[in-house]
Design a protein around this ligand. Structure first.
Ligand SMILES: *Cc1c(COP(=O)(O)O)cnc(C)c1O
Length: 281
């Protein structure tokens, strides 16, 4: 699909602008710059910036850089691969108030690990995973905040529920009392073009607004997790309450995005794929 390749190129060019953060000072500056952009986006649409949470995404960066981010004030980090997240968590248990948010697709056989170390899971998209997580969490006597991932782009992406399936999915959630549903999460269309990205965010908000009234007891749809380094301002304008930002804080990733959003010719083994947008085959 030439169209998609075009998008990838634009996105890479854009992300290439983000310099690596290599000191606490760098992280402080980048965090402040992102916060500033959040505030400006909020003001454009008359929102209170306190209603937008910044989730720094640390995937692919090493422990030393995560510790710098921590020193600069980060207390919750987003990771999208379970093994990588678990490895980092184990190495950093000395930082007792550091929490982990898993933002990538989860396979049932990894639910056990996630139940142990994550405080939040943002990519819930199947009842099997809900069941596996709930079973583990009960054993550990823990609870977890979860977001239901929705495919708003209509792309043949592997992960995320179709919008029409979300209502029934939420109906089933009370069966899993350890999972505290906080809201919906989405990845926009893979494009740097706001005209194409914005409708994805609008779709998630409208879906939330429709379902809010009929969500079962204990299921909250307060939160909308949408927006990344390249598009979080658009997402905020459309109602995002959680922005997941990696490169604008940590710097451009060495790993090509294709590793996380696989294309036909650069697809990692299925076992390693924890994220969510896969172009149509
Ligand atoms: C990597 C990732 C992000 C952050 O993307 P950046 O371009 O680094 O801001 C957000 N959400 C998910 C699910 C991701 O995997």
């Amino acid at each position: 699909m030439p169209d998609q390749t075009e998008d990838l190129n634009i996105l890479h060019a854009r992300h290439g602008r983000y310099p690596q953060a290599d000191s606490v000072e760098d992280f402080r500056r980048n965090l402040a710059a992102v916060q500033q952009r959040i505030v400006q986006a909020c003001h454009r649409v008359g929102r209170d910036p306190a209603g937008v949470r910044l989730l720094p995404v640390s995937k692919t960066f090493d422990e030393a850089h995560l510790r710098l981010a921590y020193a600069a004030g980060c207390r919750l980090l987003g990771e999208n691969k379970v093994q990588e997240a678990q490895r980092k968590w184990e190495a950093m248990t000395d930082l007792q108030d550091l929490q982990w948010s898993v933002i990538g697709h989860l396979q049932t056989n990894k639910a056990k690990q996630v139940a142990r170390f994550a405080s939040e899971f943002q990519a819930l998209d199947s009842l099997r995973v809900a069941e596996a997580l709930d079973r583990r969490l009960r054993i550990l006597d823990r609870q977890m905040d979860v977001f239901v991932q929705v495919n708003t782009s209509g792309e043949a992406s592997k992960y995320g529920l179709a919008p029409d399936d979300v209502a029934a999915f939420l109906e089933a959630m009370p069966a899993f009392p350890t999972l505290r549903v906080r809201g919906l999460m989405t990845l926009a269309l893979f494009s740097a073009d706001a005209l194409r990205v914005r409708p994805c965010f609008v779709r998630l908000r409208e879906l939330r607004d429709r379902l809010r009234h009929c969500a079962p007891d204990g299921v909250s749809l307060q939160e909308l997790s949408m927006g990344m380094s390249g598009d979080f301002e658009v997402a905020i304008e459309e109602g995002s309450t959680v922005v997941r930002v990696g490169q604008a804080i940590f710097g451009a990733r060495a790993m090509p995005d294709a590793y996380y959003w696989p294309t036909a010719d650069a697809r990692p083994p299925i076992e390693d794929t924890l994220l969510s947008i896969t172009p149509s085959r």
